[in-house]
Design a binder for this molecule. Sequence first.
Ligand SMILES: [Zn+2]
Length: 292
Amino acid sequence: MTKSDPYAFASIAAEQIIKGMGVVSLPIDPKAIARGRGIEVVAKPMQSEGVSGMLVRFGNDFAIAYATHLQNEGFENFSVGHELGHYFLPGHADAVITGDTGSHLSRAGFSSGNKYEAEADRFAASFLMPRHLFYPAIQQAGSGLAAIENLAALCKTSLHATAIRYTQCTRDPVAIIISRGGTIDHCFMSATLKNIDGIDWLKKREGVPRNTATYAFNQVVDNVLHGVRVEATSNFQDWFGGRRSIEISEDVVGLGRYGKTLTVLYDINVPEPEDEEDEEALIESWTPRFKH
Ligand SMILES: [Zn+2]
């Protein structure tokens, strides 16, 4: 986490609450924590598309409703965590609810450009996956999509939220990509991967590279809905450009009703800079020179 991260404070606030409560093991149960604070928590079918939950205020009393349409416990926990973000983060309740009685409809899940929604999302991720418990869990989790699945099962969080949190916390060079059809919806790269020089960062709304397992996967609509899972390999250059043609692992899974695909790129073993220089010097020494 860097100083330039505008949401770091939301993360730290969430982690301090978990530490302050003396919670020492995963999973975190956001519904129980909310109820422990006297907040009523109810499941509710939401009418409008994309609504994940709701924070309701009557003066000093609060209630949380969470959407159940995705039938995904991880998403429900995240939705409740998001509403707790509005409850706990300074200024949020007053900003998202006008007056001292009313309600706020949330669209949780990292796609909103709204500052308060983005802060509440970050709060939720850190509340459910606080670093002091998540770091040790990563050590035990394995690698690739399997690691993210193990962590999601441990934390009772969605694959999507867990994958994003994983890239924020792992020391390995890893990228996760959320795509729909031929388009990258959004993506996250770990700090170690970002620090590799001479690569293009994956960008939002860019096309999925054609020569990849993800591209082929997304050609079959049922793969997404049925949660099909593929372990493949691809070339580092296809995803990140640059001059290193190395094989990396590419795991792909359909996210079911969420309608999108999760890709995990890992096993990225970029040679040490000294080795690369040696190699370049060798190629240079063998390359014939021509006079113009
Ligand atoms: Zn919200």
